[in-house]
Design a protein around this ligand. Structure first.
Ligand SMILES: [Zn+2]
Ligand SMILES: [Zn+2]
Length: 379
């Protein structure tokens, strides 16, 4: 499991930060979380393979998180070009029953993507589907648009309703599941939780092999024990495999000034990605106004639906996150802190403010930075 931050800017991109997007690599597959303007170019500059993108999860429909969706899909699904003078384009006769790319997002995502393709005459050679996570006040059915379904859009898009305030297991396979919950921002916004099922514990063959030999049990039962199962031997002895361990949990939040509704799903996350749009940095940022205080900056940040580093640190502590990565920084905070001392002083201070509350070291994301989420060592 590896996360690559493709863009880490809030509202305005800068020469050192692109708009929001991050890529999660799971084995060979790639899932994107948000897809702001410029995501396609950032992918080309990164270690992430664009053709491996299977799913895109949208946190909310603010432009800095979705303006890159249509160009990216056109890039992946062969949407460029067209034919003139009534020539037939095979993309007009697409079988949409097996969409190769899934998009998840709040109400309006389907309409936004559909309108983008329709009004730009974009044809795609592979189908896509949009599943919407509907809030309690949203219409339960329908597409939220009068624009007819695009030729490449599969009609199998689900409208997923909340149960007990969350969207549990919106996607699930043998190796991973995704759940989601609303988080508070200035517009409807979603946080996502990627969860592995339990994983096998570490097996000590010395504990089992003599017993298997003694009773003439085939060694093939070792695989059953490795999975945490139990095996009864010919003399009635029962061997129990090592207890299975919780899998990794990754929590990716969209913009927020209060993510508390996702707390029950997010507890004990191995990694939390939390925004930190603004901070009060009187010692390192000479643009700080004399009238600014920590309280005034926090109040202004919250009023716009965003968080300070301290707010991010407090939430990470509350959910007992093992690691915290901050992203979505104001364009004031340049992302060249790997090569620029002034930027480093600012980003170190932002990380330090979150760490003071969180109680552990904090990473401030930089564009194209990757973070690996390892399987925690057995205790
Ligand atoms: Zn944003
Ligand atoms: Zn926003």
């Amino acid at each position: 499991m590896q996360l690559t931050f493709l863009g880490t800017a809030s509202a305005q991109p800068s020469s050192t930060r692109s708009h929001s997007s991050l890529a999660l690599r799971l084995g060979g597959d790639v899932w994107l979380f948000d897809c702001g303007e410029g995501t396609q170019r950032q992918l080309q500059r990164s270690v992430v393979k664009m053709g491996r993108i299977e799913k895109i999860f949208i946190t909310h429909l603010h432009g800095d998180h979705v303006f890159g969706v249509a160009p990216l899909l056109a890039g992946i699904l062969n949407g460029a070009g067209g034919t003139a003078d009534g020539e037939e384009d095979p993309r007009e006769f697409l079988d949409v029953n097996n969409p190769v790319l899934e998009i998840y997002g709040p109400l309006g995502t389907r309409s936004y993507v559909r309108s983008s393709f329709t009004h730009t005459y974009t044809l795609l050679s592979c189908p896509y589907v949009v599943h919407e996570l509907r809030m309690p006040g949203d219409p339960k059915t329908g597409d939220f648009t009068n624009v007819r379904r695009h030729r490449a859009e599969s009609p199998s898009g689900r409208n997923i309703q909340q149960v007990d305030g969350v969207w549990k297991d919106i996607f699930q396979n043998d190796t991973v599941s995704v759940s989601a919950a609303p988080i508070f921002h200035s517009v409807p916004c979603i946080g996502y939780v990627v969860n592995e099922p339990t994983i096998p514990g570490k097996i000590d063959p010395k504990k089992y092999i003599p017993e298997l030999r003694r009773t003439g049990t085939p060694m093939s039962v070792m695989s059953q024990l490795q999975q945490g199962g139990s095996v009864e031997l010919s003399d009635g002895t029962v061997l129990h495999g090592p207890a299975r361990r919780p899998g990794r949990k990754l929590v990716i939040l969209g913009d927020t000034h209060d993510p508390s509704p996702i707390e029950p799903l997010a507890l004990d996350a191995d990694l939390l990605v939390h925004e930190a749009t603004n901070a009060h940095l009187p010692d390192v940022d000479d643009r700080t106004k004399a009238t600014d205080t920590f309280e005034s900056i926090e109040a202004r940040t919250k009023s716009r639906g965003h968080s300070t580093p301290q707010m991010a640190g407090a939430f990470a502590k509350r959910i007992r996150a093992k690691q915290l990565v901050l992203n979505h920084f104001s364009s004031k905070y340049a992302g060249d802190d790997d090569v620029n001392r002034d930027s480093k002083a600012i980003m170190d201070t932002i990380g330090g403010l979150a760490a003071e509350v969180y109680g552990k070291e904090v990473i401030c994301a930089r564009d194209l930075m990757s973070v690996t989420i390892s399987v925690p060592p057995e205790t």
